[in-house]
Design a protein around this ligand. Sequence first.
Ligand SMILES: Nc1ncnc2c1ncn2[C@@H]1O[C@H](COP(=O)(O)OP(=O)(O)OP(=O)(O)O)[C@@H](O)[C@H]1O
Length: 263
Amino acid sequence: MDNGAVRSGFAEADPKGSAAIEVAQLTKLYKTIRAVDDVSFRIARGSITGLLGGNGAGKTTTIAMIMGLVLPTSGRIRVLDCAIPEESARVLGRMNFESPYVDMPMRLTVRQNLTIFGKLYAVKNLPARIAQLADDLDLGEFLDRPNGKLSAGQKTRVALAKALINHPELLLLDEPTASLDPDTADWVRQHLQDYRKENGATILLASHNMLEVERLCDRVIIMKRGRIEDDDSPDKIMARYNRATLEEVFLDVARGRVQETAK
Ligand SMILES: Nc1ncnc2c1ncn2[C@@H]1O[C@H](COP(=O)(O)OP(=O)(O)OP(=O)(O)O)[C@@H](O)[C@H]1O
């Protein structure tokens, strides 16, 4: 794809307004730190996009701004055709997010937690929805156990159930398989693929797991020091860097070997 065109902002926006996310010239400064620096992209509805980058690259800050949880210093964000944060109230019920860094109340049981979040999202027929999620995500064994007494992997599955409780059209995931064993991680990825397929949902995920991104994502946005370093399908990016895996591309970008290999 033509990154130059995308980076120029909303001028090329799909006239049908079919993008799930549009971000233009987005910048976030924390005092002197440029956490996100003039970032622009559009995410097509129904796609799965991976946000890659080393520690501190700006992935979480970007996702938090799209959610309306962090205010940008400058730039514009539209989610499902609503301006963020101005029109957040109109769109928050149609999106959801998961992050291993946001804990649910520890003393409440899984069922109680899911009930609270379900009520926040005004989910209809909530007990049936929770039963369905418990079935889909295999939570039955610990549904009535306090969240604080779950293993890290079990908590991740509960966090995914929380993220899906309102049947979101847009799912923002910050390292969705962190702390999962390979078998459970694989199973979660399959679940995300199925959810996208069955619901036409859009997924944007930050990940450090390159195989996960290769397997799941139609498109990869690589960030470095707050800026977009590359943006394309996994296959095209690997071809451009002349690499067989995204992991090798990641190392090229992280170690500044971009100029020699990608051009
Ligand atoms: N609340 C904050 N206050 C000050 N600086 C922050 C804050 N949040 C993030 N930063 C800084 O902004 C930069 C981007 O951080 P961010 O968490 O977005 O990166 P990331 O790509 O998600 O990293 P990681 O892979 O380590 O999770 C980092 O330099 C970080 O130290």
